[in-house]
Design a protein around this ligand. Sequence first.
Ligand code: FAD
Ligand code: SIN
Length: 516
Amino acid sequence: MHETDFIVIGSGIAGLRAAVELGRAGSVLILTKDELTESSTKYAQGGVAVALSDDDEIALHFEDTLRAGAGLCDPEAVRVLVQEGPQYVRELMEWGCRFDRVGDRLEFGKEAAHSRRRIVHAQGDATGREIVRTLLERVRELPRVRILPHAFALRLLVREGQCEGVQYVDMRARTSHTVHARAVILATGGAGHIYAQTTNPDVVTGEGMAMAYEVGALLADMEFVQFHPTALHQEGAPRFLLSEALRGEGGVLRNRFGERFMLRYHEQAELAPRDVVARAIVSELHRTQAECVYLDLTHLPANVLRERFPRIYETCWRYGLDMTREWIPVSPAAHYFMGGVRTDLEGWTGIAGLFAAGEVSCTGVHGANRLASNSLLEGLVFGARAARRALSTPSPSISATWPGLSPEEALIDQVIAERIRTLMWDAVGLIRHGDALRLAVDELEKLRAAASTLATRHMATVAWLVARAALFREESRGAHFRTDFPIPDDARWRCHSLQHCERGIFTHPIGTEVFS
Ligand code: FAD
Ligand code: SIN
């Protein structure tokens, strides 16, 4: 058994930013499932949305975020994000983060549903890598922060409403451990890998959400899963992301007959909100009996494409595609979770000593649909805020000993995992219907009960929470689309969904305190 002041689970943007804050004041242990740089953050391409350009305003970023969120954002959370965002991005630059510049001024990219060029990026399309490098350098300067890679957290130790620590498995030594702390910050990211098709790296399977649910935290808005319209669709290649910034720079979508179909679906065409583009692609795939559509960049100057998107260019090249000369096959894939562990504006989960920040959390910032490139910003702002609040947490009196955890609990039953991924993609994907959702909820309940390890059960739990919320919300809004309830129903559903292990599923009004 060990002890530390603070535990951070996850080494993406939210976890690292939190650790910088905590490490100034106490001892910190960062547990992370794989190599310490492995996270969604590392793969982020487009950049960070922040109102820093001369022709931009915080009020415009605020409005764009609310509009994308389709009536479900908590305005106060959005205000914190857009108002505090610039100071945290400036701080990152002071710490050595090299965002791209034209001369001595920041270069701003354009992405869907933004009314301004607002996205700062690094090395063209390697923004996440640069942010991780910067934050890790900062963390390593703090002698009281210890990072433990290959440490798979599986259980939160909560007794009588108080979080006392974490149990994890050291995946290399195959040993299990119990660590006690004053406060735990969950920064485990989203859950893309509960879907058969995802842009997310393998580490993103949603344990943070499941662990929190099991100990009585509230899970909010789990039905809202964002599908990115343009993941590479090529035999033998991973579902590599083709950044929305490519469409921001003029890329267009074509169907198998070469038709630029987005003009028929939305006045903003390829720069319509992400959910609109993703659904338009699915509809086009059905209409043309095709498996993919194409991203056409061939009309853009080749040298600009190679310089602005070097990583994407190289990856396409590796899979035999020259994006300056040929159309790139793409289709949608699960990308981002708007829902997650419900927190207040300081990352508190309602359980003493337990905080959450980044994609694992639901602060109310994203509503029903995240505005592109708002999540890195959220990780920075709310990672820091959660940490500051955690600093004032008093030490718990450790109650009694906890039963040990078998290292076997970290193993995933691949048969169950595959079934979950297929079921989620088929029944709880971009286009949903009550009949299929009902069957999915039933089957996921059975898979949850059949799971023989904690890691497998966590995956089934998150999938079940998403399916149950999707069945509960009898309307279509933002990223949640049901053919049996195809229009938004403000009178009944302009509210959050909340799930609790004892209280079931219920609604909660927008913009009001969850924890009183
Ligand atoms: P992550 O960065 O996902 O980090 C999660 C961490 O938790 C990882 O270190 C993981 O190993 C660890 N972890 C998970 N489970 C456990 C466990 N049980 N035990 C121990 N450790 C665990 N957003 C933008 O704003 N702009 C972009 O340009 C952008 N591009 C993207 C491109 C891609 C390909 C992807 C996948 C996402 C992109 N996003 C982008 C979304 C954004 O990257 C993520 O939402 C954000 O990075 C999440 O940060 P995080 O710190 O919450 O989690
Ligand atoms: C992208 O570059 O298209 C991803 C941006 C995001 O997910 O915010």
